[in-house]
Write a protein that binds this ligand. Structure first.
Ligand SMILES: *Cc1c(COP(=O)(O)O)cnc(C)c1O
Length: 366
């Protein structure tokens, strides 16, 4: 069986370093917000190319707190692509704001030609989600945000190290939001997240907010939350960050192998925008008869996943937004036809070749 994802392979690649770090932290006697977290914050900010980074407990917290730091609240509208992951939308609605959906383009990113028509007097921000490790058309988005005086937040949970014209995502917006959930490109071994920013006031606000609104023990200047990054996760992330280029290069190599090897008229392969550097979080294809295809893969011992079968506007959680089915045909079409095929660090050549062969054989007799 070739599974859709294998996180153990990524662990074994650098096993000794991870194990040594865990023991080092355990023996240090300091487990929350310590040296590992502050070192990771500096190293990750430097990697992304921003002045600061603040470690948090998850990617959802990063989105929620970033939008809060920008003053987004009840009655405000935030523009986001229709095929976003549900957490991106929850980051908006947890602040009481309303998501305003925009269709994705052929790269699965927000369609920049459809943003302007959605801007109203209530629009406060654009939340760009760099989906599948690919990159939105950032020059145009930055131009629109400047023109209409909108805040720009990037959801980079699937795009650590991805870049547009050589500038990394997470460095374009007012705030960049990252998740280090284990399956992400830069994945921890538990929950973790962070924000990146050049604005030291936002960073300061978020640093205080994550720890009960407290800068100094017993003194609370706001009603904050508990969204702290722990020392073990931060220490493990520092190790993975040292190897991130190798990790990304391996993903790009697998994607190239798929791009060159997969030839089946029924399948639409992913495209990459010219001026971007994608880091391949998933390898997502499209196929009309998806159920049959997934069943066929399973019969051949190949796993797959769907990112994502139900777009946020059609999920039960967002029924209250009253967005009708059919309102976002591109988004809905993608939700009905996308499939993520096996893709992970440590995937062996024979596994990749077998996946290609099985996919190419799908109904080839027709
Ligand atoms: C994973 C993910 C999140 C949420 O991150 P968590 O750490 O699971 O809270 C948000 N947005 C996108 C695009 C994601 O892929």
């Amino acid at each position: 069986m070739i599974k859709a994802n294998r996180m153990d392979r990524g662990f074994y690649k650098y096993q000794k370093e991870y194990e040594d770090k865990v023991l080092e932290v355990l023996r240090s006697g300091w487990y929350i917000l310590g040296n590992e977290v502050s070192c990771f914050e500096k190293e990750f900010a430097s990697y992304i190319g921003t002045k600061d980074c603040v470690g948090l407990a998850s990617g959802l917290d990063a989105l929620w707190i970033a939008l809060k730091a920008l003053g987004i609240s009840n009655g405000d509208e935030v523009i986001v692509q229709g095929n976003a992951y549900i957490a991106s939308v929850m980051g908006i609605t947890r602040n009481g704001a309303t998501p305003v959906f925009v269709e994705p383009d052929c790269y699965y990113q927000i369609d920049v030609s459809k943003i302007e028509e959605k801007i109203t007097s209530k629009t406060k921000a654009v939340l760009v989600v760099h989906l599948y490790g690919q990159v939105a058309k950032m020059d145009e988005i930055v131009r629109l945000c400047n023109k209409y005086n909108l805040k720009l937040v990037e959801d980079c949970a699937q795009a650590h190290g991805a870049a547009f014209q050589n500038k990394k995502v997470g460095a374009f917006g007012d705030i960049g939001c990252f998740s280090f959930y284990p399956s992400k490109n830069l994945g921890a071994f538990g929950d973790a997240g962070a924000i990146t920013t050049d604005n030291l006031e936002y960073a300061e606000y978020i640093r205080v907010f994550r720890n009960y609104g407290s800068e100094k023990r017993y003194y609370n200047k706001m009603v904050g939350t508990n969204s702290r990054l722990d020392e073990i996760q931060a220490g493990l992330l520092r190790i993975k960050l040292k190897h991130i280029q190798e990790i990304t290069d391996e993903r790009i190599k697998i994607a190239e192998k798929y791009n060159c090897g997969i030839h089946n008229k029924k399948i639409i392969k992913p495209q990459v925008r010219k001026e971007t550097y994608g880091v391949w979080h998933q390898y997502v294809i499209r196929i009309e008869d998806r159920n049959d295809f997934i069943q066929y893969l399973e019969n051949c011992g190949v796993g797959s996943l769907i990112h994502y079968p139900i777009p946020p506007h059609l999920s039960k959680a967002y029924q209250y937004l009253n967005v009708e089915k059919g309102s976002f045909p591109v988004t809905e079409k993608y939700a009905a036809t996308v499939v993520s095929i096996p893709f992970y660090n440590g995937m062996e050549d024979e596994e990749q070749e077998k996946v290609i062969e099985i996919i190419n054989d799908y109904k080839s007799e027709e």
